[in-house]
Design a protein around this ligand. Structure first.
Ligand code: MRU
Length: 351
């Protein structure tokens, strides 16, 4: 399935509702689904219609906005109750990506700031903020891309894990933003996409994005990563993040930690690309990051095909934590910090 360009919008606001590319169907089908209220938006986040930390944050903000639009004109008490329910249902959708909670906190604040306005004005202000979070995210990814591209050598073979691309953000991507920006800067790069078991974001989404843009990409199973590094066929690794603790410990897609350990063993630079909204300064280190466990059916089969025996027990955490000590650099919209630690991360928020 080929689309015209990756100027496709992961999320868009149409006819007073949120539309999302249905990422569950990629790369075989390309279609948008509409979310008409907060509950539908929360279900879309939980069911992986939209996924990737920054994209989840944008979707949650629009999920609040869509609910506010639905109740614009209602009495203030009714409007406020609907909004409180929207915050709750969206916060319960997925636990790990902190961008979700960051975006909802901003929407809560805007709700509180407009408490004395008409409900129409309040709803308009919330839609405006959701649009702002959305457009800011694209700018932020472009800045991450610019800073990260400077780290990529001409000819580099770049490994990535999961999908931290345009589909995981409002556009451009974080890890794939670095790759896109390096390509745009004229560097002849190639990408190694780990398939990312069990949900196959690498095979289905990263490979799709790269093929769309004709960036050379090789798809490998996750267990080939070490073999490739041992053979000297990986120059640099760039991944995204779902939540970064105050000391730089980073939760990202399950398997990222394995890749980071292998990178250290083979002395390959390992970069995390993420916006400041992914940093949770309230969490001291990675041990306190909540790790989502997903349905066993994601491991026992795929799209209706089952390969594991009935009755087997399954452990399916969606994320793992890479200690900051394994991270060569953190690429943010404010620049790159090498060997991130609590002090350097604190400074990111001070300047
Ligand atoms: O379960 P997912 O697909 O939401 O997990 C996504 C990831 O782990 C990404 O690497 C992360 O959100 C960064 S996206 C820019």
């Amino acid at each position: 399935m080929k689309v015209e360009s990756l100027n496709v919008e992961t999320l868009r606001w149409r006819n007073n509702q949120l539309e999302l590319i249905d990422q569950r169907r990629l790369p075989l089908e390309f279609e948008y689904v509409a979310c008409e209220d907060a509950a539908q938006t929360a279900a879309a986040i939980r069911d992986m219609v939209v996924r990737g930390a920054p994209a989840i944050g944008c979707a949650a903000a629009y999920g609040v906005a869509v609910e506010a639009q639905r109740h614009a004109g209602a009495p203030r008490a009714q409007f406020d109750t609907a909004l409180q329910q929207a915050f709750k249902v969206l916060e319960a959708s997925r636990p790990t990506a902190v961008n979700l909670f960051w975006a909802i906190a901003r929407m809560r604040q805007r709700h509180a700031q407009t408490r004395n306005d008409s409900t129409q004005a309040s709803a308009a202000a919330m839609l405006e903020l959701a649009r702002q979070i959305h457009s800011d995210d694209i700018e932020i990814c472009r800045a991450i891309g610019r800073h990260g591209a400077a780290l990529i050598a001409d000819g580099a073979r770049i490994m990535t894990h999961c999908n931290a691309g345009a589909l995981a953000t409002a556009g451009h991507g974080t890890a794939l933003g670095v790759i896109r920006s390096a390509r745009d800067a004229g560097k002849r790069i190639s990408v190694i996409a780990n398939e990312t078991r069990p949900y196959l974001q690498g095979a289905r989404l990263t490979a799709w994005e790269m093929v769309q843009e004709e960036i050379p990409v090789t798809l490998v199973t996750d267990n080939i990563a070490g073999h490739l590094m041992q053979q000297g066929r990986v120059d640099v690794i760039v991944v995204g993040a779902d939540r970064i603790a105050a000391n730089g410990d980073t939760a990202n897609k399950i398997g990222t930690y394995t890749v980071a350990v292998l990178a250290e063993r083979h002395r390959i630079p390992f970069y995390v690309a993420a916006p400041l909204s992914t940093i949770d300064v309230a969490i001291a280190d990675g041990r306190a990051i909540p790790i989502e466990e997903r349905d066993p059916s994601e491991v026992t089969g795929f799209r209706g095909l089952r390969w594991a025996p009935d009755g087997v027990s399954v452990f399916n955490p969606a994320f793992d934590v890479t200690p900051a000590t394994l991270i060569t650099g953190l690429i943010t919209e404010k620049g790159v910090i090498t060997r991130p630690d609590a002090g350097k991360i604190r400074m990111l928020f001070e300047n």
